[in-house]
Design a protein around this ligand. Structure first.
Ligand SMILES: *Cc1c(COP(=O)(O)O)cnc(C)c1O
Length: 489
């Protein structure tokens, strides 16, 4: 299988090359040149396997230049019981016809672990498969969860250095503490004054800066990304859609071939796009419900075909979805409109901040995507009503999607699976106040976690409980203009 650019051109590379480079030479994103089918016999095998086995099967379809045994070994190491004590991707029943796919049982308590526990292993192999001698310098712009998950995944991986930029006022206290206390000899964390789009644009500029690239090259460094634009992030996410379907078959909720739908809390469009690929492989997915918060640029796009980022950026209680440029949407455009039109749309986005797709393209997308947004009040109300009606404590991001799942399910007959992307403890202060409880703050940053635990009689996940005792290693914020020069320090 070859990987090509969403914006066309002749570049065509192996999956190892695509993972190493992160982004295509013409600024486009790498996509596979065809989508492998999920055959009946393959699905039969997958149903009988544990999560690591399922992951190796699915990944070997897309990463066909990797050795199969090596992939399996990497998946076993990445999705071990010690990294995911609650299981890698369990499906939990909420109430009639509604299920949760829990993706937050990893080391950083957010779904980013699903990709970032395996991706460093894939990159490490890609470096040796492509004869790379330089040190890979990974740059990440994060709205909170990616940064920590990447730091945790890449820490002390040989041949790799990682630097994470985050918006100083755009992440929760817990997220900040998680990053500031990061351990590892090859890691660096930098807060910037601005929002997530500033951080992401800053990183994109660095990648486009040929002069800086030369200077880094001279120091034996090669820039690459761990953001969800990297195919190494996307491919592992396809697995849990297929795994959830397999689990619902095994538990008798559905028969083979029956359709289900997914509701996905969406920011950069990476998670839901993996669901789209699973659907294209042949997984019986009826609808992908794209749930947004008040930064509802995708809801509007799915309604009107106009993508317009010229709007006020809003800071919400679901900060990992506070995004106005959903980078992975470019991949959906490629599969819907082809490379030439995609290149045009992306050009319009960078010059005018907006583009409009053809009515025929919108019709096609709308035949299996549906958009909806949940405002701040509704998000908090949803946390409370979910707790009252199901006894389950959900986080703010999950709540955004669970409300859209309930609205969608009211007129649907198939089971609807909400993709749950974070532990409620990661956003404990907001979850607690949504439940109508106040915390006196006396126990420091972790105070709301203790309060949430004692009120709901659930346990604080170990990786968060242990934060208290870790020393802060990174502090201070810089201007966004200083991002590039901070690399050379
Ligand atoms: C990253 C993240 C999202 C958004 O996922 P995308 O792939 O960017 O659409 C939603 N919820 C949480 C908790 C996240 O960390």
């Amino acid at each position: 299988m070859k990987y090509i650019s969403t914006r066309g051109g002749i570049q065509s590379v192996s999956s190892a090359e695509a993972i190493k480079r992160g982004i295509a030479d013409n600024g486009g994103l790498f996509v596979p040149d065809h989508i492998p089918p999920l055959t009946d016999s393959l699905f039969d095998e997958i149903v009988g396997l544990d999560y690591a086995g399922r992951a190796a099967k699915v990944l070997s379809l897309f990463l066909d230049d990797y050795d199969g045994d090596a992939l399996l070994a990497d998946c076993r190491a990445a999705y071990s019981g010690s990294s995911f004590p609650g299981g890698a991707a369990p499906v939990v029943h909420m109430k009639d016809g509604l299920y949760m796919l829990e993706l937050f049982h990893g080391p950083t308590c957010a779904f980013k672990d699903m990709a970032l526990q395996i991706m460093p292993r894939l990159l490490s192999r890609a470096l040796s498969m492509t004869g790379e001698r330089r040190t890979a310098y990974i740059l990440v712009a994060t709205s909170g969860d990616t940064g920590k998950a990447a730091l945790e995944g890449y820490r002390d991986v040989p041949g790799v250095r990682i630097k994470v930029f985050y918006p100083s006022d755009g992440v929760s206290d817990i997220q900040k503490l998680q990053m500031a206390t990061q351990e590892g000899g090859n890691v660096s964390v930098q807060a910037i004054k601005g929002n997530f789009d500033d951080a992401q644009n800053g990183v994109k500029k660095i990648f486009a800066d040929k002069q800086l690239g030369k200077e880094l090259h001279a120091k034996g460094l090669m820039l690459t990304s761990a953001n969800s634009i990297n195919w190494g992030r996307l491919a592992p996410q396809i697995v849990y859609y297929i795994s959830a379907y397999a689990d619902l078959c095994t538990s008798g909720v559905i028969k083979r071939g029956e359709e289900i739908s997914f509701a996905v809390p969406t920011g950069n469009f990476g998670n839901i796009f993996a669901g789209y690929i699973a659907r294209r492989m042949g997984l019986p997915v009826k609808t992908l419900v794209c749930a947004s918060n008040e930064n509802n640029v995708l809801t509007e796009f799915l309604e009107t075909g106009v993508y317009d980022r010229n709007r006020k950026f809003r800071q919400t209680v679901s900060p990992s979805m506070d995004i106005l440029i959903s980078s992975n949407l470019e991949r959906l455009l490629y599969f819907t409109a082809g490379p030439a039109r995609t290149a045009g749309y992306m050009k319009a986005l960078s010059t005018d901040g907006r583009y409009e797709i053809l009515p025929s393209e919108l019709d096609e997308i709308r035949s299996y995507f549906r958009g909806g947004f949940t405002d701040e009040k509704q998000t908090l109300a949803e946390i409370k009503s979910a707790y009252r009606t199901t006894g389950k404590v959900i986080d703010t991001h999950t709540a955004v999607a669970f409300r859209q799942a309930e609205l969608y399910a009211a007129n649907a007959s198939e089971p609807v699976v909400t993709v749950s992307t974070a532990s409620p403890y990661k956003f404990a202060a907001d979850v607690l106040s949504a439940l109508g409880k106040k915390d006196d703050g006396k126990a420091g940053v972790l105070s709301p976690l203790y309060a949430l635990s004692s009120y709901t009689k659930t346990e604080i996940p170990a990786p968060l409980a242990s934060l208290e005792n870790k020393p802060v290693r990174f502090s201070g914020a810089i201007d966004k203009a200083a991002m590039a020069s901070s690399l050379l320090d």
